[in-house]
Design a protein around this ligand. Structure first.
Ligand SMILES: [Zn+2]
Length: 299
């Protein structure tokens, strides 16, 4: 298990040992903190015949089935589309009414639970209202913000966050050492799996290019190169926006006038909203406009 999650695993192990492990859980936290890996590991432990301290043994029949991704008593809801519909959630109800095929517990993971439609949330609520003793449901989400209060009130909520301490830095050195060489990595050390993901996918140079555009003071850049990057992946727009907000915050500490800051923020907001609401928008134009305003106000 990742070093920053060990304390949480112990916490769940204690609850389980004392027979007070909840049946519905929400793990929430930013991308790259290991929510999915944590839920998967806890489910594997619950389905393991010889688990110790909520850690799967890795050798029993249940563990072998999990390693093959074919355990009949673990259900992972697909979050590939932009929303999770009612049919996917109703399938959970069907899944848990039948007794476990391997005779133990049953586990369900719902990644990106914030993508549930209203109908899906209502269906889930019905399932949560009829608790089944041997069934554990793990909802995952970036925050509690976009989940209905009725769902939240029925879950044991746990934030998954990473405090950047020596053990985490050690892990980063080992698994994302290349990423740490880039200046922007400082902003993402609390999302270690995201840094590792960018490193493994050769995305570091692109993100550094976004960072440099903002931090080279001049906002002078090869705009076409920037447009090429921003149009590849919508996540890059969010990253670029974060870099700009952080930079504006930094400038405001240095004495940037409040009205100039407001104008920059308004332009940034307009830029991101346009991109989200108007697919196919002229990115080159939107970007030049944004950079022009920033350059003018920050000069
Ligand atoms: Zn096992």
């Amino acid at each position: 298990m990742f070093p920053w999650l060990e304390a949480l695993v112990n916490q769940y192990a204690n609850q389980h040992q004392q027979h007070r492990l909840h049946h519905a859980h929400l793990l929430y936290g930013e991308q790259g903190t290991g929510k999915r890996a944590l839920a998967q590991s806890l489910c594997e432990a619950l389905l393991c015949e010889k688990s110790v301290n909520m850690q799967p043994c890795g050798h029993c029949k249940g563990c072998k089935l999990n390693q093959a991704g074919t355990h009949p008593d673990l259900m992972v809801i697909s979050d590939e589309g932009s929303s999770i519909g009612v049919d996917a959630i109703r399938a959970i109800g069907d899944f848990i009414v039948h007794s476990a095929q391997q005779g133990g517990a049953k586990c369900v993971i719902v990644p990106n639970a914030q993508r549930m439609t209203v109908a899906a949330s209502n269906a889930l609520l019905k399932t949560l209202e009829e608790p089944n003793n041997a069934c554990y449901i793990w909802l995952l989400a970036p925050s509690t913000a976009n989940l209905p209060a009725t769902i939240l009130s029925r879950c044991a909520k746990q934030q998954v966050n990473v405090v950047v301490e020596p053990r985490v830095l050690g892990w980063l050195q080992e698994h994302a050492g290349e990423a740490l060489k880039y200046e922007f990595s400082g902003m993402y050390q609390s999302q270690p799996l995201l840094l590792r993901h960018w490193q493994e996918n050769d995305e570091l140079e692109k993100i550094q290019a976004l960072y440099q555009t903002v931090y080279n003071e001049q906002m002078n850049t090869d705009e076409q190169k920037l447009v090429d990057i921003l149009t590849q992946n919508s996540q890059y727009i969010a990253i670029f926006r974060l870099f700009i907000s952080q930079y504006l915050l930094h400038k405001s500490y240095q004495g940037l006038a409040f009205d100039a800051l407001e104008r920059c923020n308004a332009q940034l907001k307009q830029f991101s909203e346009h991109l989200v609401q108007t697919p196919g928008i002229n990115m080159t134009l939107a970007l030049s406009q944004l950079l022009r305003v920033l350059k003018q106000e920050l000069a």
